[in-house]
Design a protein around this ligand. Structure first.
Ligand code: NDP
Length: 281
């Protein structure tokens, strides 16, 4: 058996077309949705992510602002800029690209963003709202995964969902969303005793670890939906996920590729959150 491919690029095109229509409706009301991105330092991966986000905004008929600071910038300068953006009625979403250099307390930076403009959904107020089942902004990667599952009508009610990884940006919010959708959720992490025992029970398996190809076909239940969030660079420069695609595709029912799976969906949902923020005004 070879799994069906869940193509994040193709789904992104469909969703982004819908977003461009919503941006045009806003423009007719005199509102151009605007995303402000702050980048500190010259981390090459962060640079690429920010460039992709800014380009995607423009293609969807949205405006973007980009502030780039040197790695040794005084945090006070960045906090000052966040305060300006919070107060600017023309800015609907603010994103600070992580990771930040060591002189920053990342949590303090995320808390400085107005919750109404926190399109990443990382502010404690928005995390709490998600936990309570009344989200204001859903963090973009798990939001994208939910859209991918929806696009294939994957049955969630009563399904066993296993998430590998418990980060604040992927694993935990993913668990909240799948729980709210009716799954029975298990969250695995670095101290989980027998990872394969858990993953083999999963109807829906989400891998968000950052370890190349660690989930093999032998760890997957036949017919499972496998969502690979991981992005890892191999020594030969190629990208791969946390799932060993070649062995996994022989067992899974549906599988996302890397690249071209969850990655483009994350950016798409960032645009969606920015449009939603603009529509609320
Ligand atoms: P983190 O490093 O914050 O979290 C990784 C998680 O994996 C931790 O909870 C850790 O456990 C767990 N883990 C580590 N080793 C093991 C192991 N051997 N067995 C089981 N669990 C383990 O990563 P992120 O959540 O930020 O990102 C995860 C991956 O997803 C990365 O590859 C990242 O690049 C990618 N990513 C992709 C995105 C996309 O758009 N496609 C967006 C965001 C991230 P513990 O908590 O115990 O340390």
């Amino acid at each position: 058996m070879s799994a069906q491919l869940l193509d994040g690029n193709a789904l992104s095109v469909i969703i982004r077309n819908g977003l461009a229509e919503r941006a045009a409706l806003l423009a007719a009301r005199g509102v151009t949705p605007c995303l402000a991105v702050i980048l500190v330092g010259v981390d090459p991966a962060s640079n690429v992510y920010v460039r992709n986000k800014v380009n995607a905004c423009e293609k969807a008929g949205m405006r973007s602002l980009k502030d780039v600071y040197p790695a040794d910038v005084d945090p006070a300068v960045v906090f000052g800029r966040i305060a300006e953006l919070n107060a600017d009625p023309g800015v609907h979403g603010i994103l600070v690209q992580l990771p930040l250099p060591k002189q920053f307390d990342s949590e303090m930076v995320l808390e400085a963003i107005s919750p109404e403009k926190d399109i990443d959904g990382f502010h404690a107020e928005n995390v709490g709202a998600l936990m309570q089942g009344r989200p204001r902004f859903i963090p973009c990667t798990p939001y994208g995964v939910m859209e991918m599952l929806k696009s294939r009508h994957v049955s969630l009610k009563g399904a066993e969902a296993v998430i590998v990884g418990r980060s604040n940006i992927v694993g935990k919010p993913m668990a909240m969303l799948l729980l709210a959708a009716g799954c029975t959720v298990t969250i695995c992490h670095s101290q989980t005793r027998d990872l394969g025992f858990h993953t083999r029970r999963a109807d829906i398996l989400v891998a968000a670890v950052g370890r190349p190809k660690m989930i093999t076909g032998a760890m997957i239940k036949s017919g499972a939906t496998v969502i690979d969030v991981g992005i890892n660079r191999l020594p030969d420069g190629k990208l791969c996920g946390d799932v060993d695609f070649e062995s996994a595709r022989e067992v899974a029912g549906i599988i996302t590729p890397v690249p071209g799976g969850v990655g483009p969906m994350t950016i798409t949902m960032l645009l969606a959150n920015t449009i939603e923020a603009a529509e609320r005004i």
